[in-house]
Design a protein around this ligand. Structure first.
Ligand SMILES: CC(C)(COP(=O)(O)OP(=O)(O)OC[C@H]1O[C@@H](n2cnc3c(N)ncnc32)[C@H](O)[C@@H]1OP(=O)(O)O)[C@@H](O)C(=O)NCCC(=O)NCCS
Length: 172
């Protein structure tokens, strides 16, 4: 999947150093609910486990051929969002130097197009901490609508007492 500026490809073990470079910044993970990476080894382990599937992609900037973020979707059963029958949950992050350039919106639009073309998924759910409105803006620009629900997920890093605003995209 690609646009003029970015491409989405599966993660490679050779991305571990660049993943650590971006994901060790506490400003990134704290907004998404995960702790900053502490070592290249930890980043490699995440590539080998969490990112090792067919629906989690590296967002690669073509100009530098470097991974600058991640995007994906997967089962929502284990999270606290009020999902319908395990509808997939969407997640993403972008390296801080690249924020507010429209890159995440571009990546999410591309992933949604791919989901429409290659799956029979009827809807997607996602959520963002209320204190992280930029993420909600990305979803809204891609057609997600707020469901009116909020939830707390204490299992998320710094998730306690941080309400999550829930949004859904109907694909049918
Ligand atoms: C949220 C995140 C993925 C957005 O990526 P991005 O590439 O900067 O997003 P885009 O540039 O496509 O869009 C950002 C939008 O948020 C808006 N925005 C930025 N800061 C904002 C703020 N404080 N309040 C409201 N809107 C804000 C931007 O103006 C832009 O909207 P616009 O195009 O209408 O002007 C990125 O900031 C990030 O990785 N944050 C840390 C991890 C994270 O939050 N992940 C999501 C967890 S739910």
């Amino acid at each position: 999947m690609e646009t003029d500026r970015i491409l989405l490809r599966l993660w490679r073990e050779s991305d571990a150093e660049v993943l650590f470079k971006w994901a060790s910044n506490p400003d990134v993970g704290s907004r998404a609910g995960w702790p900053p990476h502490k070592s290249v080894e930890e980043s490699l382990e995440i590539i080998r486990t969490l990112f090792n599937n067919d629906t989690t992609w590296a967002i690669v900037l073509k100009e530098t051929d470097e991974a600058i973020g991640a995007i994906g979707y997967g089962p929502s059963c284990d999270c606290n969002l009020p999902a319908r029958d395990c509808e997939p949950i969407v997640g993403y992050w972008i390296a801080k130097p690249y924020w507010n350039q429209g890159i995440c919106t571009e990546a999410l639009r591309m992933m949604i197009e791919n989901i429409r073309e290659t799956t029979d998924i009827l809807s997607l759910i996602s959520g963002h901490f209320i204190d992280n409105p930029a993420s909600g803006r990305v979803m809204e620009k891609c057609g997600f609508l707020a469901t009116g629900e909020t939830c707390i997920d204490e299992t998320q890093y710094m998730g306690k007492d941080r309400p999550i605003r829930v949004l859904r995209l109907e694909l049918s």
